[in-house]
Structure formats: C-alpha cells, structure tokens
Design a protein around this ligand. Structure first.
Ligand SMILES: C[S@@+](CC[C@H](N)C(=O)[O-])C[C@H]1O[C@@H](n2cnc3c(N)ncnc32)[C@H](O)[C@@H]1O
Length: 270
C-alpha cells in the first residue's frame, strides 16, 4: 500500500525523465521500484504526493534532478564479477597490447558503480606487471557511487571473493570504528581516477583507450542508445583495443567495428 499518492502520470513522468537524462528505459514492472526509491525524499521534503514532488523538481532543477537519477540507477556490482574477464585481461589482452603499445596502458571502466570493477582491473594489472602498467579512468553517472568508489572502503564481506592472499596484498583491515571494513591500499587507488560522467553526454577524454569495460550498463538502454554508444566506444578505442561487456549483453547487430574474441569480449578492428 502506498501512503503517498503515486499514479500513472507520476510513473510516466519519472520514466521519461530517466530516459532523457540517463538513456535508461524503465519497464512497466519497475513502478514499485520508482515509488520505493523516491518516497523517502518526497516525505523528507514534507510533500504529500508525487505530483507535488514533480512541481518541486521543476523549480529545484539540477541538484534535485541529480538526486532522482542517483536514486533510480541500479548499482549492483562486485569484486571480480565475471571472473573470466579478468583472466582474459591478464592472459590475453594485456600481453597482446604490451607488444604494440608503450606502458602505461589506458583503461576505462565506464559505468563503474562503487568501484569494485575498477579496483579488480587495477589488481589484475598490478599482479600482471606493476601498479605502473596502466592508468584506469572509472566513471559513472551516479555521484553517490563515484564518491564511494573514491573512498575505496568496503564491508569486509564483499572482498571475501578475492581470497586471503589478494586481500592481504591489496587491502587494509579497518580497526576501531572501521572494524568490519576494508580499505583499498593507496598504491592501487593511485592507479584509478574516478569521475562523474553521463555516457550520453560529450566525453572530455582526449586520448583513446586500450581497454574499455562497459559491463551491465547497456542492458538498461534501448537499442538506439546502445548503437550510438558502441559506435562511440569504437572511436574511443585504439585499433586492436578491447571492449568488455556484461554477461547478458551482445554487440550482435549493433556494430561491425569489432570482432568477437571470447565470452562477451570484443576487439576493435583496424
Ligand atoms: C549494474 S551497474 C554495473 C557496474 C559494473 N560495471 C559491473 O558490471 O559490475 C550499472 C551502472 O551504470 C551506471 N549508469 C547507468 N546509466 C548511465 C549513464 N547514462 N552514464 C553513466 N553511467 C550510467 C549506473 O549508475 C550503475 O552504477
């Protein structure tokens, strides 16, 4: 039961807003999710309905709009998620790229959420050669997760998947008030730069990347948004550079600028 009024028009409004702002398509069954994620803010502002919140949003503008986007993005992620990608990176992509390019390589985690993906890439690179072997740019539209990624602090439970040796090498255990938490060591954090970036906007990066990870982001986009994004990724990659996408995603029918070279791994054609 909803204690705040939330009707079809309200749902339609937030759907259009998220599509326009972030390229994200919300399916019909996401109605409850929209209510659940925004209701607290509506109450916090002392407003009695979503229609009143829509009026508020129109005057409040930028910052409030950012809150809505942050609230409605789905940020599920994990360290070493889809482990075969990190195995491919270490054994195939990095050695191949090293033959043709000077280190440090440039890697982009596009849609990085709270940073687990970027730090997993950093560990993989550092274990392969050194912390100086690549620079990692990690971006997300959601300013809350970008801040968490920068802090590099996680509940200890989330890093169990890394195993004891990796944890010891790359993480610091919290004590006192931080007990039960871990922090990514500075030398790994120094490999990564986290920035807020909407993938739909112009990209400020001047140079091409050797590797782009954009995993479990395009699933939220419609085909047209995906097609444009993949074309821009192709232009932003060096020839022979690698694009990693999520387990349920595919470039099939979206682009002919890539060849498949593994499970959801693609290589930019010359
Ligand atoms: C499900 S998470 C995936 C995180 C990570 N790549 C992984 O696979 O574990 C999707 C991320 O994409 C981000 N995102 C959604 N739309 C975006 C956009 N238009 N620009 C940049 N990031 C976006 C969300 O904020 C969210 O953090």
């Amino acid at each position: 039961m909803h204690d705040l009024e939330f009707n079809d028009e309200d749902f339609g409004y937030f759907r259009r807003l998220l599509l326009a702002q972030a390229g994200i398509t919300l399916a019909d069954h996401k109605r409850q999710l929209v209510y659940g994620r925004l209701a607290r803010r509506v109450r916090e502002l002392g407003l009695g309905s979503f229609s009143a919140y829509r009026d508020w949003l129109k005057q409040a503008g930028g910052e409030e709009l950012g809150r809505v986007v942050n609230a409605l993005t789905t940020n599920v992620t994990a360290f070493m998620r889809e482990p075969h990608h990190f195995e491919f990176l270490r054994s195939m992509a990095l050695p191949q790229l090293e033959k043709q390019h000077e280190l440090p390589l440039r890697i982009w985690s596009a849609g990085c959420s709270s940073g687990e993906e970027a730090y997993s890439i950093a560990m993989t690179v550092a274990e392969w050669r050194s912390v100086h072997a690549a620079r990692i740019l990690a971006t997300d539209i959601d300013t809350d997760v970008v801040e968490r990624a920068r802090a590099g602090e996680y509940p200890a439970k989330l890093v169990e998947v890394l195993g004891a040796a990796r944890q010891k090498r790359w993480l610091l255990r919290g004590t006192g008030a931080s007990s039960g938490k871990v922090r990514v060591k500075q030398l790994l954090r120094d490999m990564c730069v986290f920035e807020q970036l909407n993938l739909l906007d112009a990209w400020p990066m001047q140079r091409q990347f050797h590797v782009i990870f954009c995993r479990n982001v395009m699933i939220y986009f419609n085909e047209e948004v995906r097609r444009q994004l993949v074309a821009r990724f192709a232009a932003q990659l060096v020839p022979g550079g690698y694009l990693f996408i999520g387990h349920s995603e595919s470039l099939h029918g979206l682009s002919d600028a890539f060849e498949g070279c593994g499970q959801t791994v693609y290589r930019r054609l010359p």
